[in-house]
Design a protein around this ligand. Structure first.
Ligand code: SAM
Ligand code: SF4
Length: 337
């Protein structure tokens, strides 16, 4: 195996998030503008190009891959791409290979894809679901249909995939549903993860008003539910507790109120081949240029190493003003969350 990727702070990069498309069949208010302009097709890497880059990361020590977007399941050819990446799974100790491939999806097409995901070797999926109320679901996603996401979750469970529901907790929007979501996840056998709103990309909405610190949410949850400590980690930024009454895990992702950077092992590859070393910083490396210039693997790996050498210590989100210096201009759908 080629030497591992280690950043200047001694953190080994072993987790790659890959956004396979910036397109989506929903327009969530915190993520996209209503009239979103998507990237011109020639700028987007083919799935073969993305697969080659993934392979280079695997050779340099990546053990986990998360496929995201935009909505990954709207990308044509995604089935073959996942099958092909599945070939890197379980290759045994000491050989470059993946321990895990996961997917983050809005669930709209999950019902049709669940059997294929299982066959490709996925064991768990994250499904975004902010509300169980059809009208609210429509208001938050602008165009989505709740029943399709619910069917997707059922289908994934039926295929034996573990499901984690991702819920962005928003003031005056869905904060009154957190208890019912905990109970519902208990019934369907899913874990739940609460996420703070991050200031990424102009969505035509002011997120300041919706920002809800999870420290406050947690205190409210603890009045009704018993949260037991849990050491469970997935390699991602969530910190977990176990809900004694349901037996399911409850995660908290708190980029705004708690800095989770010290153990960061992640980098993100956009669908244009741009490598972001930190979700909350603008610095990036263009891997499409060396790829399309036909450079050999070793030279592209050298460019990846040069980028990892610039991985910052942490992010610095600020949510006070939409145009505040801590806000990030690119949309979450570009980097994939
Ligand atoms: N379309 C898929 C989905 O919705 O799960 C995958 C991509 S989406 C960008 C990944 C995650 O980012 C979702 O769970 C979504 O809720 C979250 N997200 C998007 N914009 C966000 C923001 N501004 N703050 C916090 N989370 C955000
Ligand atoms: Fe699409 Fe996911 Fe963004 Fe919602 S959060 S608009 S589903 S990419």
């Amino acid at each position: 195996m080629t030497e591992a990727l280690i950043d200047p702070f001694g953190r080994a990069v072993s987790y790659l998030r890959v956004s396979v498309t910036d397109r989506c069949d929903m327009r969530c208010v915190y993520c996209m503008a209503e009239e979103m302009v998507f990237l011109p097709k020639p700028e987007v890497l083919s799935l073969e190009e993305l697969e080659r880059l993934c392979g280079l990361f695997v050779r340099t020590g990546t053990r986990r891959l998360r496929i995201t977007g935009g909505e990954p399941l709207v990308r044509r050819g995604i089935d073959g791409f996942l099958q092909s990446l599945g070939g890197w799974l379980n290759r045994g100790e000491g050989r470059p290979g993946l321990d895990e491939i996961t997917l983050t999806t809005n669930g709209s097409r999950l019902a049709g894809f669940a059997p294929l995901l299982r066959r490709a070797g996925l064991k768990r999926v994250n499904v975004s679901l902010d509300t169980l109320d059809p009208e609210r679901f429509r208001a938050i996603t602008r165009v989505g249909r709740l029943e399709r996401t619910l069917e997707g979750i059922q289908a994934a469970r039926a295929e034996g995939l573990a499901v984690r529901v991702n819920m962005v907790a928003m003031r005056d929007t869905n904060e009154d549903e957190i208890d019912s979501m905990i109970a519902w996840c208990g019934r369907v056998g899913a874990d739940l993860c609460l996420i703070e709103t991050m200031p990424m990309g102009d969505t035509g909405e002011d997120r300041t008003e919706r920002y809800l610190p999870l420290s406050l949410v947690r205190a409210r949850i603890e009045r009704r539910w018993t949260l037991e400590p849990s050491a469970y980690r997935t390699g991602g930024p969530a910190r977990y507790a176990r809900v004694a009454e349901t037996g399911r895990r409850l995660g908290f992702i708190t980029p705004m109120s708690h800095n989770f950077c010290e153990s960061c092992n992640r980098v993100r590859l956009s669908c244009t081949g741009t490598l972001f070393m930190c979700l909350g910083q603008d610095d990036a490396a263009d891997l499409r240029r060396p790829l399309r210039a036909g450079l050999p693997d070793e030279q592209i790996i050298a460019e990846i190493r040069a980028a990892i050498d610039r991985k910052p210590k942490g992010h610095d989100f600020i949510i006070d003003r939409r145009d505040a210096p801590g806000a990030i201009a690119r949309h979450m759908s570009v980097t994939g969350g």
